[in-house]
Design a protein around this ligand. Structure first.
Ligand code: URA
Length: 433
């Protein structure tokens, strides 16, 4: 069976066998087939879809392309968390130190930015010195000694996903349900946690634009998890507008640190409380969600959550003085306000348009080899439901050139719709499955 036969089969819309899928995954992981052949197959999958059997086989083949971690001895009640991607999504940076401070061991492997969505690893790398590429022994040592490690896909875990993920980004194949489900679940299975909580984002800035698609993806990931003997919970969250107020890597770290000290927007708070209370329940640390929420608030108020983040940064080689003094983060050379062109109420703030503006500024990648500029991004001052005066500042663009600033200002203006009628704040948690 050659790779050309496999591509031909998928191009014709036939179901691939387990063997065909394994041949492709192993050959691509070992560099035995070039990017263009892998791209052809991925595009055929994107267009023709996959059956549930194919998706399960692809997930397991990708998980088995590297090591499978065994955390049962050092962190038996760990809960892993993953988001299907969003704009301004800094939830992992806030939630995981809170959870570690409450006694849940956190062993998390995160991704880089994909399409218009940001990546936790790019955010962490904006902290000078922070090492995202630990080996298995260092990763386990940190979990054992300080109860948390946040790293990139550096260890030999699901290396097939690492390659396919970067390839998908460069060939417009990011928003495929079979590819997202297998990408996320292969990493989660390889990372070894028994409990997995998934933030399935839904709306204009997410891969899943409708609630229905988000539910299909959730059910698929739960099914794959069940077959791999994992407890999977999916929480559908609204991604019509950015999460919190910042979009861009260092800007989001700053917002996350402030949130860990208790200063957070209502949407971030709702997500943190919902995920935090459910994670405590999954870890067997309390069945009462209301009580669990109180413990999350206490961990923030008492400073334990912030201290855990500082400990994590220090342990992974980051310069803690940046966290202690957020002014140290280098600012973009051009910080330009965006003004509203009329008075009224914000009825829409398109996360998709803000995501595109932020990638254009250099906060994400247009090509897989692009360098990220940690300083750039957007601060939104007004969100859906907010009242706006004519000529009031609605956002700030942080740019590294006047041309990029100009382009982003136009996009940010277009991201806002302002109307005369009062508008209700949108729901943030859409469903729990
Ligand atoms: N996150 C992932 O890890 N993979 C995807 O495909 C999308 C979001």
């Amino acid at each position: 069976m050659s790779i050309i036969d496999i591509i031909e089969n998928k191009k014709a819309g036939r179901e691939l066998t387990k063997t065909e899928i394994e041949i492709f995954v192993n050959a691509y992981t070992n560099d035995d087939i070039p990017d263009y052949q892998a791209a052809a197959l991925i595009m055929a999958i994107c267009i023709n879809g996959m059956t549930v059997n194919e998706i399960s086989n692809l997930t397991i083949a990708m998980a088995n392309s590297g090591e499978i971690l065994d955390l049962s001895e050092i962190a038996p009640n760990t809960v892993d968390k993953h988001s299907t991607g969003g704009i301004g999504d800094k939830i992992t940076l806030i939630l995981m130190p809170i959870m570690a401070s409450l006694g849940i061991p956190i062993a998390k492997m995160s991704g880089r930015s994909l399409g218009i969505t940001g990546g936790t690893i790019d955010k962490l790398q904006s902290i000078p010195g922070y090492k995202t590429d630990l080996d298995v022994e260092e990763f386990k040592k940190n979990i054992k000694e300080i109860g948390i490690s946040l790293i990139g896909q550096s260890m030999n875990l699901a290396p097939a996903d690492k390659k396919i993920y970067a390839l998908r980004d460069s060939i417009a194949c990011t928003n495929s349900i079979p590819l997202i489900a297998s990408s996320i679940m292969s990493k989660k299975i390889a990372a070894g946690s028994k409990n997995i909580i998934l933030d399935v984002t839904c709306g204009k800035g997410a891969f899943m634009e409708t609630k229905n698609d988000a539910k299909v993806l959730s059910k698929l990931m739960k099914y794959i998890g069940l077959n791999a003997n994992k407890n999977v919970m999916c929480i559908l969250t609204n991604m019509d507008e950015p999460v919190g107020y910042s979009v861009g890597n260092a800007l989001e770290v700053v917002e996350a640190v402030k949130a860990l000290k208790g200063d957070m927007t209502e949407d971030v708070k709702e997500i943190i409380l919902t995920f935090g209370s459910n994670m405590l329940k999954m870890a067997g640390l309390g069945d009462n969600l209301e009580e669990n929420e109180k413990r999350v608030i206490e961990a923030i108020k008492g400073g334990k959550a912030y201290e855990k983040f500082v400990q994590l940064v220090e342990r992974q080689g980051g310069d803690v003085s940046y966290i202690e003094n957020l002014e140290k983060f280098e600012k973009a050379p051009y910080i330009v306000p965006v003004m509203s062109s009329r008075a009224g109420y914000v009825s829409e703030l398109s996360a998709e348009v803000i995501g595109r503006a932020s990638v254009g500024l250099g906060a994400g990648r247009q090509k897989k080899e692009d360098e990220i500029d940690p300083r750039v991004g957007i601060i939104v001052c007004k969100k859906t439901g907010d009242k706006v005066e004519n000529n009031e500042i609605i956002a700030y663009v942080h740019a590294n050139s006047p041309e990029k600033a100009e382009d982003a200002i136009l996009k940010v203006k277009n991201a806002y719709t302002i109307i005369d009628k009062k508008v209700k704040k949108p729901a943030i948690i859409l469903d729990i499955l």
